[in-house]
Design a protein around this ligand. Structure first.
Ligand SMILES: C[S@@+](CC[C@H](N)C(=O)[O-])C[C@H]1O[C@@H](n2cnc3c(N)ncnc32)[C@H](O)[C@@H]1O
Length: 218
């Protein structure tokens, strides 16, 4: 899944992953990951998610990362905020108060670009990536985050042969293997989505669960 794939989707307005409200699992489970109230939070592959606003409202400094400039422009336009924009390493940094969005490839980020981050939030980031990119995603996360950093990660699980991604299915076994030696991982909840989202059954899925994890960089 190259950046051009996502640029095309944003240009076409093909962004069904974007939600008009703050994610319910973020609201429910963020308190359980024990992020310090003053923690800076990395949000990889953030799109124009309203979750960024919620994290700022909790008192966090937020560092979103998004490769498609149009998504970043839309985010600030819709918030009616005028961000400051400056070169930031290999990326561009858009800032407004405690919110920063680093526009550029996640895999080009360096620890210096996000200095001070001690928590992260993954909604529709790891599941946006095909299997061959997930190892690199977790390696890069591990490179970027200091030991002890805590994260909330939302995963999606379904029989992959019933539908093509994104979103891809990332089952617990695979996630544990990806995290091995990098992150400790605790399942906080698993919820059946078929019952509440009839469109999933209409797509031919016989199982669709959302799994919510607390992770710690070890
Ligand atoms: C499925 S969307 C999820 C967006 C957001 N997390 C949300 O919950 O709405 C994945 C996002 O990751 C961005 N993306 C894909 N590859 C990326 C990369 N290598 N670096 C940074 N962003 C990337 C896409 O442009 C897209 O906005």
């Amino acid at each position: 899944m190259e950046p051009q794939f996502w640029t095309d989707r944003w240009k076409e307005g093909n962004i069904g992953f974007h939600r008009p409200s703050v994610n319910e699992h973020l609201l429910e489970f963020w308190p359980q990951i024990d992020a310090a109230p003053s923690a800076s939070v990395l949000v990889p592959l953030c799109g124009k998610s309203l979750d960024l606003h919620w994290l700022v409202e909790q008192g966090h400094t937020v560092m979103g990362n998004e490769v498609v400039d149009l998504a970043v422009q839309d985010f600030f336009k819709e918030a009616q905020w005028l961000p400051k924009c400056e070169p930031w390493g290999a990326l561009q940094r858009y800032s407004c108060g405690a919110l920063h969005i680093l526009c550029g490839d996640f895999f080009a980020l360096t620890p210096q670009d996000i200095e001070g981050v001690s928590a992260w939030y993954d909604r529709a980031a790891q599941v946006a990536l095909p299997p061959e990119m997930r190892q690199a995603y977790y390696q890069q996360l591990a490179n970027l985050l200091p030991v002890g950093a805590v994260g909330l990660s939302l995963s999606f699980e379904y029989p992959q042969d019933q539908k093509s991604g994104p979103p891809f299915s990332v089952e617990e076994d695979e996630l544990r293997a990806l995290c091995n030696g990098r992150f400790s991982i605790e399942l906080l909840a698993r919820q059946d989505r078929l019952a509440v989202e009839p469109r999933l059954a209409a797509q031919g899925l016989t199982r669709a669960d959302e799994a919510i994890y607390r992770m710690v960089r070890c």
